[in-house]
Design a protein around this ligand. Structure first.
Ligand SMILES: NC(=O)c1ccc[n+]([C@@H]2O[C@H](COP(=O)([O-])OP(=O)(O)OC[C@H]3O[C@@H](n4cnc5c(N)ncnc54)[C@H](O)[C@@H]3O)[C@@H](O)[C@H]2O)c1
Length: 446
């Protein structure tokens, strides 16, 4: 069977992993973006962001001609292909509700291309969009611009993405499940057949459902994961009030219960990134519009807002007045293996430290260039862990990169002015570290 030609709109984490994934399996893929600089990088085989294991296949697929990236040519991309994945960004508005402007413009452009096509084409929304968006916003724009009927001249699906930054490409190639929201059976069949061809005998379970159920599955999944994190963080805060209690052991024992599971129970400074914060906020706002108050998720959000400030509180407890004190920050990215700092918990932490008059020096294995765009010359940047620790009065461990896990108490005691460590992600052994230095950690009772 001839492989379908695929177009991908938006070339962020989701779009690029989808594009490289299909190209690596022998499909011809045309990606389209509005960002000329990004497109140039991609066409030279260079990922525009740090994502392990994407580099090799991106280079290969660009070199063998399976993947190319166009700038501002959505219509051409759609016209020359059989199926379009729309993976453009869906950021938050200042009030937390979803901003659908990129979905609107890319759908408008897709519709204009469909007008010129005389073969069946399937449009697949992969971006995270609030329930109702595909049916009530995307479909009418496509029909109006193409002057064609959805369900006959073209198909429409909603196919949420579940990849995690840091392992985005592996997740694309080995997903736990595929969710296909379909406008009609023919659209759903086309996408199911495409995925069966893509994954072959390793095709994961496929859930076929309505457009709005598919949209909600994505929000419900991210909201539950965010809830687990805020839940364990509240238990951690409680542990700190209980003599001898330790959240790590609490979480380990809880996680062994099959009904609970061990993942997303690491107490810390809260969740960040481009998804959980914006998706939880968007669902709260959407639900409010529908007349339902999502109290539980509001609490999840509030816990996440105050949690990073615990790092500053610990700092003040251990150092007193922070004015003029040098604080070393280990980790800037919102999680390890990425250079993304969108909604990273380190941002409010550094802002508060600066407000208290502290001098901040930060180090991250890959995210320093991202941080420079945010903090400019308000903080200092180190090129190694040791340089970051030199002469510091206090260190806050923020991102659990592997290289930080290898540090020994001596690395801190030999280099810092005052060996004080705040473990914001629970990666160090409290018994070992507290013998050699002033040590405190999230969720540790005293
Ligand atoms: N990043 C993740 O871990 C992840 C995981 C699952 C789902 N999602 C969802 O997938 C979507 C994309 O997220 P991301 O992190 O990959 O995005 P991103 O923000 O990294 O990139 C989005 C891209 O869309 C491009 N774009 C905007 N308008 C366009 C248009 N009209 N035509 C072509 N390109 C256009 C932008 O230039 C940008 O490169 C979002 O809805 C997000 O919530 C993200």
């Amino acid at each position: 069977m001839k492989k379908q030609n695929i177009s991908v709109l938006g070339i962020g984490y989701v779009g690029l992993c989808t594009a490289v994934g299909f190209a690596s399996k022998g499909y011809n893929v045309i990606a389209s973006t509005h960002d000329a600089e990004k497109a140039a990088k991609i066409n030279n085989g260079i990922p525009p962001f740090h994502e392990p294991s994407l580099q090799k296949l991106l280079k290969e697929t660009v070199q063998n001609g399976r993947l190319k990236c166009l700038t501002n040519q959505t219509e051409k991309a759609v016209l020359e292909t059989d199926l379009t994945f729309n993976a453009v960004g869906t950021p938050s508005r200042p009030d937390g509700s979803i901003d659908l402007q990129f979905i609107e413009t890319s759908t408008y452009e897709t519709g204009k291309a469909l007008k010129q096509k005389n073969t069946y084409h399937v449009v697949v929304i992969k971006s995270t969009v609030v329930p109702g968006t595909t049916q009530d916003l995307v479909k009418p724009i496509l029909e109006k611009e193409s002057k064609k009927k959805c369900g006959s001249a073209f198909g429409l699906c909603m196919n949420p993405e579940f990849l995690r930054q840091g392992s985005a490409f592996e997740d694309t190639m080995h997903t736990d499940r595929i969710v296909i929201g379909e406008y009609d059976k023919k659209s759903g069949d086309s996408l199911e057949n495409l995925y069966k061809d893509f994954y072959g005998k390793n095709t994961p379970p496929i859930i076929r459902t309505t457009l709005s159920t598919a949209e909600l599955i994505k929000y419900a999944s991210n909201s539950l994961l965010a809830t687990k994190i805020s839940f364990i963080n509240t238990m951690a805060n409680l542990c700190e009030k209980i003599s001898g209690a330790d959240i790590k052991t609490v979480a380990k024992a809880m996680g062994l219960d099959k009904r609970i599971g061990p993942l997303f129970l690491n107490a810390g400074l809260g969740y960040g990134g481009s998804c959980f914060p914006k998706d939880v906020k968007a669902l709260i706002a959407h639900s409010k519009n529908l007349g339902y108050h999502l109290e539980l998720l509001e609490a999840v959000e509030n816990v996440n807002k105050t949690q990073p400030l615990k790092a500053v509180q610990f700092c003040k407890e251990l150092l007193g007045n922070l004015k003029g004190k040098r604080v070393a920050i280990l980790g800037l990215a919102f999680k390890p293996d990425t250079d993304d700092m969108r909604e990273a918990r380190v941002i409010p932490i550094i802002n508060h430290l600066l407000k208290e008059g502290a001098k901040v020096t930060a180090y991250d294995p890959v995210a320093v260039p991202t941080a420079k765009a945010i903090f400019k010359n308000k903080i200092q940047y180190a090129t190694s862990t040791i340089e970051c620790l030199k002469n510091a009065d206090c260190c806050i461990l923020i991102t659990e990169w592997d290289e930080f896990k290898k540090l020994k108490p001596e690395d801190f005691t030999k280099n810092m002015k005052q060996p004080i460590l705040i473990d914001g992600r629970r990666i160090y052994n409290p018994e070992e570290f507290s013998q050699k230095m002033k040590f405190t950690a999230i969720g540790l009772g005293h």
